[in-house]
Design a protein around this ligand. Sequence first.
Ligand SMILES: Nc1ncnc2c1ncn2[C@@H]1O[C@H](COP(=O)(O)OP(=O)(O)OP(=O)(O)O)[C@@H](O)[C@H]1O
Ligand SMILES: [Mg+2]
Length: 491
Amino acid sequence: MSSSPLRRIKEISDYQKIAAGEVIERPASVVKELVENSIDAGATQITINIQNFGKFVIKVIDDGCGIHPDDVEIAFLPHTSNKIRSAMELNDLHSLGFRGEALYSICSISKVELITKTQTDSQGIKIELDGGVVKSVEKTAAVPGTAIKIRDLFYNTPVRYKFLKSDRVELGHITDIISRYVIAYPKINFKLVHNSKPILSSPSSSDHLHAIFDIYGKDYAKNCVKFSYQHDLFEIEGYLGDPKLAQSTSHSSSVFINQRFVVSPTVHEAMKYGYKDYIMLNKHPYYIVFLTMDPAKVDFNIHPTKKVVRFEQEEIVLATLSEVIRAQVNKIFGKTNTTGQLDETVRSPGKTIEQYIQMKEKPSVEPQTSPIESPSNNVSKSTLKPSKSIPSKEKNTKKVSLIAIVPKLLVESPKYTSRDEWIQTKSFPKMRLISESGQLNKVYFVFEGEDGYYILDMHAADERINFEKEQNAYQKGGMRKQRLIVPFTIE
Ligand SMILES: Nc1ncnc2c1ncn2[C@@H]1O[C@H](COP(=O)(O)OP(=O)(O)OP(=O)(O)O)[C@@H](O)[C@H]1O
Ligand SMILES: [Mg+2]
């Protein structure tokens, strides 16, 4: 993804064909654009320093190729880029940027200071702009790479400033976008510092799974299965989450196409289809997938944010991907036993992640408080608690215990799995499984009772058991905790 330092910045000849427009909605949009520029510049280390939730200062420092001294002013003009020369080159796109628009949009609504130096220049160059107007350009001592500082975002567009959400939400958007790039580029060392406190540091590693552990936690890293598949149209690889990781939103899942984080309803639909026999209709599977395809067959030039994509053969991609995922999901998760547990031989997340988890979980001398949890910080504590851990008042205890008790009986007392045995316990309807395994479509248990049939959703039962476990632990003060590299934000 690196742009050659030898390629100079020029105006894109037919820039009218490029989807441009308002790209800076919030501090996270600035962070995204600047981090993408650093990745395109071939950086191996990217530090993002923000103050006051990105509303006051956003500074991104990289060790990338730097900008040619004669191009520094040109970089802030509209439609100027060293990544493409004309819209034709979109057919062979290998960079995240292509509109030549981001620096121009950012400098129009903020105060900017940029210091840059290429490997070959002996001195660096510093430029300052105020609302898009160049204030000064001078030579300066600098290390190779680029450091860009954005101050007072939206200072000259107060209406847009007013539309920003709460500090906590804005910081959540920033950590969210960085976490996607941490997953996509595990070899880059990312650091995010907020108000002088480090809140994210991703050690450079060659393994996506380490990044998944750091960002989403142990349950995800241990219950993801690596897969890959090659097709004429695309190559796909990534991690498929165990159906028990299914969630009510698809927010934690990520799709990367040619190493760009995208929102693709087509890919999501294919993933849902692939999992349809394993999770409830209103749930979304957990997955991290990387698609690699010929840039001529996928169009990122749909919307100025570059996050929306269109495939040249949308229907073929959907149909093929659906079948590929379905076959993979069946192969990996089809081996469920009656308790719904994954076969160890299939799951095996690998030794390295186990070692990584052990290393990360070693108790340290200092209490492991995330800086973001610190009371001196304005971020509300509620952002730190995963929603699953928050106990709620129980209303229908009888129904709940019915769901929770059955898998326990099946796991703990194998004799109850027999078709002919009645399951009997206090305040519980008398019932037995309809067949030896009692399973329907590997998703439900079916029981016959004296007053009719009972269908039990294994996934929901598993969630219920975990919920009750966590609730008990919470009440006794023994909650399991893991500090995530990026806190979940509950909006
Ligand atoms: N961190 C950086 N390191 C090296 N060059 C950079 C950096 N940031 C910007 N540039 C140069 O400035 C140019 C303009 O950047 P800008 O982000 O505005 O456009 P782009 O990345 O080409 O396209 P897009 O608008 O889609 O991001 C880039 O094409 C690149 O040559
Ligand atoms: Mg850019």
